[in-house]
Write a protein that binds this ligand. Structure first.
Ligand code: G3P
Length: 218
């Protein structure tokens, strides 16, 4: 399973890179706004910086919601760096644009996926990734993990090359369940990735090993 970090924060991205487990980055307009990045030039420069930090796919989302606008923005993003994946919302013109980008060899991530039908449509249009939002489904009392299972099964039934990128992954049980279900990628904040390091028995065991070593070596 690939690990992507879901942030536009350069420090967090760098920390995940240094851990040696990072396969890519996802961003969205909210995450860019959180970093105070505004204006086209600043946004483009920030995406370029992210791409230079990470050896892997970097999803950069279009703002336009009409076909021509999505194509214009997506092509400009794709020209920035070979790591860029154009992130397109699951709307009618978005699906049309995904077909266009796919035919031109530009990678895409279809975002805001909340149903198996939406994922199937994006896969039919040739999306590189679909992003079902697990946490946001849980927020409304639905079962985000059930959607991951459905999409993994459907793509496997037909051998679709589209990868299931589980997004809105908020905590470790989410991440582990995605792994059990066979999601191709999870994207989550840094604290979920580093949280995987922790177990109290590891801390306790290490303390004992070091204390025993010290007893005979001091
Ligand atoms: O990649 C989508 C993700 O950023 C959404 O996460 O926690 O805002 O639902 P969240």
């Amino acid at each position: 399973m690939k690990f992507f970090i879901d942030t536009a924060n350069l420090k967090d991205i760098q920390e995940a890179v240094e851990l040696g487990v990072l396969d890519g980055v996802t961003t969205n307009p909210s995450l860019m706004a959180k970093e105070g990045i505004k204006g086209t030039d600043a946004v483009m420069a920030h995406y370029k910086q992210i791409c230079e930090l990470v050896d892997g796919d970097v999803s950069a989302e279009v703002i336009a919601t009409d076909y021509e606008g999505i194509i214009r923005e997506g092509e400009a993003l794709a020209e920035l760096h070979p790591n860029i994946v154009v992130k397109v919302p699951m709307i009618r013109d978005g699906v049309k644009a995904i077909r266009y980008f796919t035919d031109k060899g530009i990678k895409t991530n279809c975002t805001l996926i909340f149903s198996a039908g939406q994922a199937l449509l994006a896969a039919k249009a040739g999306a590189t990734y679909v992003s079902p939002f697990v946490g946001r489904l849980d927020d409304i009392g639905a079962d985000g993990m059930q959607l991951i299972q459905q999409i993994v099964d459907i793509f496997s039934n037909y051998g679709y090359p589209t990868q299931v990128l589980a997004a809105s992954v908020r905590h470790i049980p989410h991440l582990i369940q995605c792994a059990e279900l066979g999601a191709d990628v999870v994207t989550c904040p840094l604290n979920v990735i580093t949280g995987l390091l922790n177990h109290p028995l590891t801390d306790k065991g290490l303390a004992t090993f070091l204390a025993d070593h010290k007893k005979v070596n001091s």
